[in-house]
Design a protein around this ligand. Structure first.
Ligand SMILES: [Zn+2]
Length: 427
């Protein structure tokens, strides 16, 4: 019996039952789909099958894209889309209707985009499903984001942070006041890292308030506020009010304008620990970004305590990865200064049922951590350029994202192609 069946119980019956059965079982493209091939009898069960399948495949979102003659089902797994199946077009309206019923959207409205949500439980995992429906040329397209709201996901160790990184971060966040920012592009897992940090330091003695755009995961014991710009609730307005609630720790989803940056600085100067994210390519670039927002350099120097920059690295599937042939020339070409260790072990992806033939399974965070020392403070105050700042940071022992990625490569944890993609993402 299906684990989601109760969700769909009350729904009215829809046509196409025979077609559904054959298409759930078959896979004309030779893609590996879940082993769940038991007979299904309705659109509810059909949709149920795809959601359950996506959960099993650890997908972050499910896409039903409508074309002239078929509906393409794709999952995003580890940040990449994977086509799972093309379904015949006659299943389209049933799928859309059921997704709309589940997420309490208007069934008869097919011309404008609609957003909704529903929650579901799979085994011991709880998911918040965000639904977006967009009218396309051939019909409505659906994207369902599966947000796993279990707080156990918010752990630095689970993110793949190395023990020494966890220790460095623990030291950084043990301070009572100052600003710590996480830098990285969209999709680099900044929020997950921030939540993990907050979870680590929140306690019954320290009050934490967050302001986010929007609140995506509910964390127990933490006051969370959503930004709503249409009613004038910006990061800056929310921050100002938050300070009157006497928090110890403030999490601001993102510092993206001067006003927010200034309030964050003021909060840090008045005894708060402020955690936030900045859209920047690495730790040093994050300092430049803050200066570019118009905050005086002496204030950044006085408040910034640490910067973490992060990327997500795809991990080779442990079940099918094979040993590769190491080519020293390759490393010399891409990273002439990287010292090649004696015990190099490189691996390459293969692909198996476990990883949906991708060759990679799961991701882990690669973190560059900068603790702002007295010297770096002085350099920030003097508005030193990025090269000078970086040089000092390296001298003080900072490991760059690139070096950490290369270390993963020579330990056989990432393939050559994925390494190059990861390095390209760092520039
Ligand atoms: Zn595999």
């Amino acid at each position: 019996m299906s684990m989601f069946r109760s969700l769909f119980r009350k729904r009215s019956k829809l046509p196409d039952t025979k077609a559904l059965e054959s298409y759930v079982q078959g896979d004309s493209e030779g893609n590996v789909i879940a082993a769940n091939t038991q007979k299904r009898s309705s659109t509810e069960d059909f949709l149920d099958f795809w959601i359950q399948n996506a959960v099993e495949m650890e997908a972050s979102d499910i896409h039903f894209e409508c074309y002239r003659t078929y509906v393409r089902v794709r999952y995003r797994i580890d940040g990449r889309l994977k086509t799972i199946k093309n379904l015949p077009i006659n299943l389209h309206s049933g799928i859309v209707t059921h997704v709309k019923i589940l997420s309490k959207l208007r069934i008869d409205e097919k011309r404008i985009p609609q957003d909704g949500r529903f929650s579901l439980t799979s085994g011991d995992k709880k998911f918040d499903v965000r639904v977006s429906i967009l009218p396309g040329y051939f019909g409505e397209c659906i994207v369902m984001r599966l947000l796993n709201s279990d707080s156990e996901n918010f752990s630095l160790q689970k993110l793949g942070a190395r023990d020494k990184d966890v220790e460095k971060l623990s030291n950084l966040v043990s301070i009572q006041n100052g600003i710590i920012v996480v830098a990285g592009p969209t999709g680099s897992g900044k929020s997950t890292t921030l939540y993990s940090i907050v979870k680590k330091i929140s306690s019954s003695e320290r009050k934490v308030i967050t302001v986010e755009d929007p609140v995506e995961y509910q964390l127990s014991g933490i006051n969370q506020v959503s930004v709503n710009e249409t009613i004038g609730m910006t990061f800056a307005t929310a921050l100002r009010s938050m300070l009157r609630q006497a928090p110890n720790i403030i999490l601001v989803g993102e510092i993206r304008d001067r006003e927010t940056a200034e309030i964050a600085v003021r909060a840090a100067l008045t005894g708060h620990l402020v955690l936030s994210t900045v859209h920047a390519k690495d730790t040093i670039n994050a300092i430049t970004r803050l200066l570019d927002l118009g905050v005086p350099s002496y204030l950044i120097a006085a408040t910034l305590r640490g910067v973490l920059s992060q990327r997500l690295m795809r991990k080779l599937c442990p079940r099918c990865a094979k040993a590769g042939v190491f080519d020293p020339e390759f490393l010399k070409r891409i990273a002439p200064e990287f010292p090649i260790p004696d015990d190099v072990k490189v691996s390459e992806p293969v692909g198996c049922a476990h990883c949906l033939n991708i060759g990679y399974k799961g991701r882990q965070a690669v973190m560059e951590i900068l603790s702002v020392s007295g010297t770096i403070q002085k350099l920030i105050d003097q508005k030193s350029d990025e090269d000078t700042l970086r040089q000092w940071a390296l001298q003080e022992g900072m490991e760059t994202l690139q070096v950490i990625a290369l270390e993963h490569y020579v330990r056989g944890e990432i393939g050559q192609e994925a390494l190059l993609a990861l390095l390209a993402e760092m520039n």
